[in-house]
Ligand binder design. Structure first.
Ligand code: F6P
Length: 344
């Protein structure tokens, strides 16, 4: 009988998920597997909601943003009871293996399932690019590309009106999205969670731009920047204990108000939010999603359980989930130093 292999996408969606699903399914079909999608991430396992993943279903999805399987932030290991249901349903669905595509939370759950004795492999994804043991995750390049396009537009209007515009981007507690989009869009200052915000130095610099005839500026800030240690108090958490809506803290507005007050320059703010998570994946993300999806199916064939398909250098390799989950990959100081060269 054909092996039955489940595929799910969990956590925040991002461009590249459909190429990864397609890669896993196409390679799985080579091995004669019956491929089946679990609908809406781990919720699909908890509620036994599945959908067939045939060649016809995945054909042509490489250019589509989002995920054809749907996603959720359901945590199957929220309690002992839910963990038990997850294991039981794995058996009831007759799954021989599961490919879990997701970020730290989804892959953490996949690792627990593996440790509970179930055949599981992981595929890393996140627009935040904060997963350890992989150089890049798909979703990041697409998100940064959209952010840079938006910042280029904001720069036009900032220049016309002689304004400063503070642009907030997502990225959770890692500054990759802010740093990459700030460097690529010639930002005048970038604020990331890894580096304490020096508001005085930033405002002095922004004010000083006028000395070289530049009366406008762009500041890119990551949603994870902490100005006030109490700013997250009382904020709703998700199933995995993360702040449910980091972007809902008025960070960009707070910074814009501060800049206006400190510099006397008219200042506006824009929160890009989920806009950067939609749209067609970039070529980089289509190819990376495809490669890691294919690798995941090959890991199933090899019985390489409890690992994820990671990009290291130019190779896609299997690395233990144990090493990858639980430790966030943050921006190293030397990359922020690179950005600072351009704060002139
Ligand atoms: O982890 C991806 C991400 O887009 C983060 O950058 C952001 O903080 C979070 O998801 C937003 O989550 P949600 O879509 O649940 O609002």
């Amino acid at each position: 009988m054909a092996k039955k292999v489940g595929v799910l996408t969990g956590g925040g969606d991002c461009p590249g998920l459909n190429p990864a699903i397609r890669g896993a399914v196409m390679r799985g079909l080579d091995f004669g597997y019956e491929m089946v999608g679990l609908v809406e991430g781990w919720r699909g396992l908890m509620e036994m909601k599945t959908t067939p993943l045939s060649l016809e279903v995945v054909d042509g999805i490489i250019s589509q943003g989002g995920t054809i399987l749907g996603s959720s932030r359901t945590n199957p290991f929220k309690s002992e009871d839910t963990a038990k249901v997850a294991g039981e349903n794995f058996k009831k669905l007759g799954l021989d293996a599961l490919i879990a595509i997701g970020g730290d939370d989804t892959l953490g759950a996949a690792n627990k399932l593996f440790k509970a004795g179930f055949n599981t492999v992981g595929v890393p994804k996140t627009m935040d690019n904060d997963l350890s043991c992989t150089d890049y995750t798909f979703g990041f390049d697409s998100a940064v590309s959209v952010a840079v396009d938006a910042i280029d537009r904001l720069r036009d209007t900032a220049r016309s009106h002689r304004r400063i515009i503070v642009v907030e981007v997502m990225g959770r507690h890692a500054g990759w999205v802010a740093l990459w989009s700030g460097i690529a869009s010639d930002a005048d200052w970038i604020l990331i969670p890894e580096v304490p915000a020096d508001m005085n130095a930033m405002c002095a610099h922004l004010k000083g731009l006028g000395n070289r005839g530049k009366q406008w500026g762009i500041v890119v800030v990551s949603e994870g920047v902490v100005l006030d240690p109490n700013q997250a108090d009382g904020i709703e958490k998700d199933d995995f204990g993360n702040i449910a809506h980091l972007a809902g803290q008025d960070l960009a507005k707070t910074i814009a108000d501060y800049v206006k007050q400190a510099t006397g320059i008219d200042t506006r703010h824009a929160v890009l939010g989920h806009i950067v998570r939609g749209g067609s994946p970039t070529i980089f993300d289509r190819v990376l999603g495809t490669r890691v999806g294919v690798k995941a199916a090959e890991m199933v064939e090899a019985g390489d359980w409890g690992k994820m398909a990671a990009l290291q250098g130019n190779d896609v390799v299997a690395v233990p989930l144990d090493k990858a989950v639980g430790v966030s990959k943050t921006v190293p100081p030397e990359l922020y130093d690179l950005a600072k060269i351009f704060f002139k």
